[in-house]
Design a protein around this ligand. Sequence first.
Ligand code: ADP
Length: 250
Amino acid sequence: MSNAAPVAAPTVVARAQQASKYYGRGDTAVWALAEVDVDIEGGRYTAVMGPSGSGKSTLMHCLAGLDTLSSGRILIGDTDLSTLSDKELTLLRRERIGFIFQAYNLIPTLTAEENITLPTTLGGKAADRAWFDRVVGTVGLGDRLKHRPSELSGGQQQRVAVARALAQRPDIIFADEPTGNLDSRASTEILGFMRSAVDDVGQTIVMVTHEPSAAAYADRVLFLADGRIVDQMEGPTEGKVLDQLKSLGG
Ligand code: ADP
């Protein structure tokens, strides 16, 4: 008999089952997603890569309940998204999913701090002060919290957007090219910040990116081509991801 603690099976936070999305019909149909099966495990950082038009956005939007499938299923936890009404879907997105976009999407008239707390307030949740302080402490904006987005650099604005997503403690955060508008120094900061959210508080993150250097921050990389997951990599490095993209491209 071994004294080793039993290894808990990873929790699946989001799942696609035979997920397909097509536009048009018959011979001219475009398959944006073709029977994709994937599990997104809790507390892990997953990057999604692939050439333009390979289905990255479609996969992310369908997993996040922003778009619907033509066939197949998306589950968030145990909830099959196709069983929800529009109103239930809106609530699920608000309460259980966080978003980080390339363009930050902050509200210009609110301060950084107000932007961070807004989704929690809108969701009708009581503000968890200790959690908020921790998120704000990690965001490292100090006295800039009282500033409006126009008074912050791109990197600082994206920090606010990441903190806003974390503050509401979502089951999963979807990030769409989060460093697409940032210089390399600010990118490194944001990616490090997202990595620490996974390591320190067990946040689950799925990130679409074009950049091997960004994908290297993830635990796992999914490679898409023509609407299918054609490969996966655990423990990516920039070099390994570059080699993989070259071999898929050629
Ligand atoms: P990626 O994010 O990897 O660039 P997308 O998910 O945006 O890829 O697109 C996947 C495929 O689906 C592409 O061939 C794209 O042209 C097609 N597509 C996406 N949205 C539509 C639409 N609304 N109508 C027709 N085709 C679409």
